[in-house]
Ligand binder design. Sequence first.
Ligand SMILES: Cc1cc2nc3c(=O)[nH]c(=O)nc-3n(C[C@H](O)[C@H](O)[C@H](O)COP(=O)(O)OP(=O)(O)OC[C@H]3O[C@@H](n4cnc5c(N)ncnc54)[C@H](O)[C@@H]3O)c2cc1C
Length: 386
Amino acid sequence: MQTVSDNHQDIRDAVRALCAQFPDEYHRKVDEARAYPEEFVEALTRAGWMAALIPEEYGGSGLGLTEASVIMEEINRSGGNSGACHGQMYNMNTLIRHGSDEQRRKYLPKIASGELRLQSMGVTEPTTGTDTTSLKTTAVRKGDKYVINGQKVWISRVQHSDLMILLARTTPLSEVKKKSEGLSIFIVDIKQAMTSGMTVRPILNMVNHETNELFFDNLEIPAENLIGEEGQGFKYILTGLNAERVLIAAECIGDGYWFTERVSKYVSERNVFGRPIGQNQGVQFPIAEAFIEVEAANLMRFEACRLYDAGQPCGAQANMAKYLAAKASWEAANACLQFHGGFGFACEYDVERKFRETRLYQVAPISTNLILSYVAEHVLGLPRSF
Ligand SMILES: Cc1cc2nc3c(=O)[nH]c(=O)nc-3n(C[C@H](O)[C@H](O)[C@H](O)COP(=O)(O)OP(=O)(O)OC[C@H]3O[C@@H](n4cnc5c(N)ncnc54)[C@H](O)[C@@H]3O)c2cc1C
């Protein structure tokens, strides 16, 4: 079928060919075992897809977020889940755009070759949640080190990553003019941290998503691991957060196409009352409606990508793309589950797995309510509610 995603065909064909080596059964087994799709992520890395955003001089392919989002979309459209590996894509520009030459030289070639993974970003905290700038984890400078104390929650892929970008407060809230000041970001060597003050406690959750609570007890990290200027970290982390929203929008679009294609095929073949159930308009309309919404969301996703790649402000478009895409994929998921009838609940159809996976994006990485609040206040200029 013709869609807004009829572009970047060379990338799509190559990613689809790789994904075809990991059919539904592979992802189903990984899900059942609550395992990490190691072979799949390894294959993506070996083929160079995980280094898409790394400039060529450091061994990557120097592509933009648009192309990165196409890769993520195709993974989800093929029945996989980019949640296992999208961290490296959304973290990358934080390091590329705000890191020093030395940091780029130190990390990028190793990430490009697959020797290191940069799959984790530590922002969310248990006591402050969405109120990010109130976070309580501190980083205190002591000589040539920063000492980290505090706690994070829902930090994903820590057990399958070498590096994490961590957001912590370097100047107390009481000493800054704006809440967004006095926060800094650091590169944390995860394996080293796990032996010297960082404890990782996995959180069993609804989707097969490796995510954890982190506890920092006087973790010392070299001062040279600070990214950019001390106190400006919130500005820098937005590079990653906006990329994350755009990439997840693309993943939801991939899910949306997966659900609408699957259910269209199923309802065309399933006969009840002597005819295909898809002949009933009560069945057709919710599927058609979901497809229309996926297509519309896709336009906003490409607009957000365009602005991001041009280095222009894209907060509004990144948020709106994520909102529309997550809503569209969820509606497509509901239609797909509904019209598979009882079979939608059978694991071997993969619908229930994809249904759970796409549901996450109503809540993470930013909930729909917080996007509405962003648009109300920052785009429409309505009075601030918090
Ligand atoms: C599987 C998973 C993986 C994740 N991975 C990461 C990760 O790798 N790194 C990371 O830093 N974080 C990660 N997160 C955290 C995620 O970003 C947060 O869960 C999300 O931002 C919501 O924050 P919260 O859970 O603290 O919800 P809360 O802030 O407690 O909010 C709960 C709900 O209340 C509503 N709400 C809150 N405040 C308002 C308001 N002012 N107005 C209206 N409604 C409001 C929202 O609808 C929200 O859904 C992950 C979460 C999950 C579930």
